[in-house]
Design a protein around this ligand. Sequence first.
Ligand code: B16
Ligand code: MG
Length: 219
Amino acid sequence: MLKACIFDLDGVLVDTAKYHFIAWQRLANQLNIEFTESDNEQLKGLSRDASITYILNKGNILLSEQDKQNYMAQKNEWYLALVNTMDASESLPNARELLITLKQHNVLIALGSASKNARLILEKTGLLSYFDSIVDGTRTSKSKPDPEVFLTAAKDLNIKPNEAIVFEDAISGIQAANDGGFLSLGIGSPQILTQAVWVYQDLTSLNFQALASLYNSKN
Ligand code: B16
Ligand code: MG
């Protein structure tokens, strides 16, 4: 029986990538580094630290640890100003409805996100109350593709990995789910998320019945 669903945040339940883009681009421009949409694509699912490292490498810039921390704090300040404008209209199509139908069928719900701002984003978009467990960047020491984030969620929910489906939009997240022993459901393109057990373009065609039958087909 499907006992739990574990959701990545950015790219699955909300689109915060567009705000990360604005804030990283502003920082990169300040450092005279070009930062494009395709660079932003590379940062999806990566931690904040790994993201700035990518940008500094691109610009061939070496900074002291203190300067790097200061720039990360600056980027986060710009990012948070944008996050603070978010409201319930910014959850992705069918995200709220899916969480509601899972709750009605007693499926446990967890978040498995790299973001240290995850709780605030869930609060702003009115999704926080649906979650039985929140595992975010403040609770993990290893980033995806390490399965730590999803294994911590399974522990919180007191379930085994093979009793849950993980929803992910990043290649590293799919790998983390698979390596942790979860069934992975990719949100995005099947050409990119080739290792996912299933791939859907978005959440719109998914509900409890559809997920229960996907799960049963693999058990
Ligand atoms: P923060 P997810 C990830 O969220 C984003 O995809 C990634 O672009 C971002 O760098 C990371 O969170 C850290 O976010 O700066 O808010 O701590 O997809 O794991 O939900
Ligand atoms: Mg994501």
